[in-house]
Every structure is written in structure tokens, then in C-alpha cells.
Design a protein. Structure first.
Length: 316
């Protein structure tokens, strides 16, 4: 069983972390063994909230004109200096953290105390760089409290001209696939892959997971203006392409935001069916059972992995 946590992310990190921990605990009580929190769930950041950015509107055209505006930062970089303030060193050991001060600490402690797999998005300060100046949009994965790996978002968004994460984050350069033990399926280890929000627009990248993961977690902070038409479509297409379950947590919609996010966190099965979903607003869980036999059945009926001719997919 897996759960996508939907969280209303505000400017109060302590409250966000407290509510995130409560939702993860609730998911575990309801039987979830894999729990995913949204992207950048610790605090609302400038790339995800335009409150600190002065914007102007430019008129654009898009097809039939249904999308006919664009937000554009007045000077391009207002607000992004705040990112470093909320960055953290990813916790490798929950015993070294009180479990409430950082996003990775909350996830590590919940994973250890509840005996589950937990992932979600934080702003990672790379301790290996001089001065720790390099920042990543990162998703650590904890299994029983142990850090199994860290996915660093590969495709950094710049959507509708809004000041974006690509102004401040370094890009990751590899997918992440880890094996975890599922108590409900002791004879089979679950293979869990990671992607994040804008990554879902790049099927060539997601092809690395096709047939190689059972569950693809996609922590997101997906814009409402694009999410209305694209969010469910991308989540379902990802499930079909990977032939895996997709756990897609998103930040909740908040009408008070200058640029609201979409909410509608969901779980999708390998046949592309939405098994559970949240509404747009507020803290919630989308939770559903995982059937590993269904994964095998879908891949046997539609063996796209063995039939793919990747060498012919590049157009000269």
C-alpha cells in the first residue's frame, strides 16, 4: 500500500513539518508502506510562490488563444536569495536529528519509527562543495530510517516565464532506483524510482525507469494554470510508459497565492487508472493498495520494454 501526501505548504516551516509528520503517521496507520510528500514541502519558496516577486503580464498566444497571458518577473531574480536560507544538509541518520527541525529529519525519523519508506522534496545544500553553495531540489529516500539514496531533480522548470528553480538550483544528472523490502510482499523487494514535477514532461528521461521500477514516486509542486490540463494526463502517461504505479503527491491549491499550485495528489496503477486522488484544497492523503501481480500482468500483456527500439527514436 502506498500514499501520496498532499500538503498546504505555507511560509511557516515548523507548522509545515508538524503537519507533514502527522500525515505520514496517518498514512502508516492506514497501512501505507511507501509514503511520498510533495516537492519542497518544508516552506513555500520563491520559485513556487510569487509573493516576493513583482510581476508584469505580457500577452501571448497559444493555439486557439485559450492560454493568452504570461507572468514575467520584473527583474528576473527578485526573491531567489531566500533559497539558501531554507537549505539543509540531507540527514543520513535520524538519531542525529530531533526529527522536527528539517524536512529530511522528519522523513528519516518517521521512516525509522514507523518502519516504512518515506520520500519527499527538500532544498539540499551540497556539503561537498566549498562553502556549501550549491543547492539541489532533492528527494532523499529513507527505508526503516536508513538513507537509501538521494534523487536530485534533473529537469529544472521555467514555466510561463515565472522566476523558476533553474535560477538557483543545480541540476541532477541521473535517475534513482532503490530496492526496498515490502512487509506485505516479503518474497519480492519493491523497486522504487524517483522523478519530480517537471521531469514528468520528459518521456525520454522516464524511459530509464520502464520495466525497472515497481513504484515511481513523483513529488511535485505543479502549477494550477498548467495542472488543470496537464497534471493527471502526465501522471497517467508516466504510469503507462513505466508500467508501474505512480505515487504523485502535489502541493495543495491556495487561492491566496499569486501563482497557486494545483493539488489533486493521486495514485495511478500500471494500466493508467487513477486509484485514489485528493481534491485541490487542503492537507489530505491519496492512498491505495499496490498489486505486484498487476505489474507483471501488464508487462506480459504489453511487453513494451523488450520491444522498444531506442536506437530509432532519435530523429536526425
Amino acid at each position: 500500500r502506498a500514499a501520496a501526501v498532499q500538503l498546504r505548504v505555507t511560509g511557516d516551516p515548523r507548522d509545515n513539518l508538524r503537519r507533514a509528520a502527522d500525515l505520514v503517521a496517518r498514512a502508516a496507520r492506514e497501512g501505507a508502506e511507501v509514503v511520498a510528500l510533495p516537492e519542497c514541502f518544508v516552506r513555500r519558496l520563491p520559485c513556487l510562490s510569487m509573493r516576493s516577486v513583482r510581476v508584469t503580464c505580457d500577452v501571448i498566444s497559444c493555439g486557439d488563444g485559450a492560454l493568452n497571458w504570461m507572468l514575467r518577473p520584473a527583474d528576473g531574480y527578485d526573491g531567489v536569495a531566500h533559497f539558501a536560507r531554507w537549505a539543509e544538509i540531507v540527514a543520513a541518520d535520524p538519531s542525529g536529528d530531533d526529527g522536527a527541525a528539517t524536512g529530511s529529519g522528519v522523513m528519516a525519523k518517521a521512516s525509522r519509527d514507523l518502519g516504512i519508506v518515506v520520500t519527499g522534496g527538500v532544498v539540499e545544500r551540497d556539503a561537498t562543495t566549498e562553502g556549501g553553495e550549491r543547492l539541489y531540489n532533492a528527494m532523499p529516500v529513507y527505508d526503516g530510517g536508513a538513507l537509501r539514496g538521494v534523487y536530485r531533480k534533473t529537469h529544472l522548470s521555467r514555466v510561463l516565464g515565472v522566476t523558476s528553480e533553474s535560477d538557483v538550483f543545480a541540476a541532477g544528472d541521473a535517475p534513482l532506483n532503490v530496492e526496498v523490502q515490502s512487509p506485505s510482499a516479503p518474497r519480492r523487494r519493491l523497486r522504487v524510482g524517483l522523478a519530480c514535477c517537471f521531469d514528468l514532461r520528459f518521456p525520454g528521461f522516464l524511459a530509464a525507469y520502464a520495466g525497472r521500477v515497481d513504484v515511481l514516486c513523483a513529488p511535485s509542486a505543479f502549477l494550477d494554470v498548467t495542472g488543470r490540463d496537464h497534471w493527471e494526463l502526465l501522471a497517467r502517461r508516466t504510469a503507462l510508459d513505466a508500467q508501474a504505479y505512480v505515487v504523485a503527491p502535489n502541493v495543495a491549491y491556495d487561492a491566496a497565492d499569486a501563482v497557486p499550485l494545483h493539488g489533486h495528489s493521486m495514485l495511478v496503477d500500471p494500466w493508467g487508472r487513477v486509484l485514489a486522488s485528493c481534491s485541490a484544497n487542503g492537507d489530505d492523503l491519496a492512498i491505495a493498495d499496490l498489486d505486484t501481480d498487476l505489474i507483471d500482468d501488464v508487462r506480459s500483456k504489453l511487453p513494451i520494454g523488450p520491444l522498444a527500439r531506442w536506437a530509432f527514436h532519435k530523429i536526425p
